[in-house]
Design a protein around this ligand. Structure first.
Ligand code: APR
Length: 231
């Protein structure tokens, strides 16, 4: 039976595809205060601004390609039972060919009813505007988990992490909870990696094997190691 490889990814894995990370830009996100464009308060204050912000993100994402880190994780499905838990809202893991992706913070190319959160729609184009409605007649919003909102996918993510044989963390500052807390659910016996240009300080609570450098290089290095060790 294939071993279970669980990978938690963050903005750093998409950096080499040309998508800006969050915390490398002084609290501004593409020129905006994060709370203006990614919080329920921001949405209440100025829906047009929020919709436009995500329209621009989608437009930008259309031309973006997965990089070697995404592609390597997809290739690993040949050897391992791979689940990716991503904080990213881009669809680069899917574009790279990964089949099991849990999106903790939503998906850029989906919209959601403001009245009934269970109504989620795949978007064909990049634009979502004032007046775009769900089947029950309420305004659609981006399908993004904003600051201060619940993270419904954390439960299945915890379940998967708790069964991992190998657990890797790639390109995340581990500053945002509950995603950052997932590490603690990895079994003691499972081998753990952290790949980042600048390994976040985890204190001495979590023993992860650090691979410093670009996600593309680090992921390949990890890939070689786990294939040699576990196959
Ligand atoms: N390769 C590897 N790691 C990189 C690279 C790269 N090319 N470039 C940057 N990094 C690392 C940084 O060192 C940092 O540790 O990626 C990490 C990015 O951290 P953040 O910008 O904080 O992104 P992330 O951890 O994904 O943010 C979590 O916060 O704003 C919210 O909801 C948003 O999902 C996001 C969450």
């Amino acid at each position: 039976m294939k071993k279970k490889l669980v990978v938690l990814t963050g903005a750093g894995i998409s950096a080499e595809s040309g998508i800006a990370t969050f915390r490398d830009s002084n609290g501004l996100w593409e020129g905006h205060n994060v709370m203006d464009v990614a919080s329920p308060e921001g949405w209440r204050k100025d829906r047009a601004l929020v919709l436009d912000f995500y329209n621009q993100r989608r437009k930008q994402a259309l031309g973006v390609k997965p990089n070697e880190a995404h592609l390597e994780l997809a290739r690993l499905e040949k050897y391992f039972d791979v689940t990716i838990i991503t904080q990213n809202v881009d669809n680069l893991h899917e574009k790279a060919g990964s089949n099991n992706v849990i999106h903790l913070h939503g998906e850029l190319f989906k919209s959601q009813s403001t009245m009934d959160p269970s109504l989620v729609y795949k978007m064909d184009g990049w634009e979502l505007n004032i007046g775009d409605k769900c089947e029950r007649g309420s305004q659609l919003r981006p399908f993004i988990v904003w600051f201060g909102e619940m993270v419904p996918m954390i439960e299945p993510a915890i379940d998967i992490v708790s069964k991992a044989d190998i657990f890797a963390v790639i390109g995340t500052s581990l500053l945002v909870y509950p995603a950052a807390g997932l590490i603690q659910y990895a079994p003691k016996s499972c081998i753990k990696f952290i790949i980042d240009v600048k390994t976040p300080d985890l204190g001495n609570i979590h023993k992860l094997y650090p691979i410093e450098g670009l996600a593309s290089v680090g992921t390949k290095k990890m890939s070689q190691e786990i294939i040699e060790k576990f196959i």
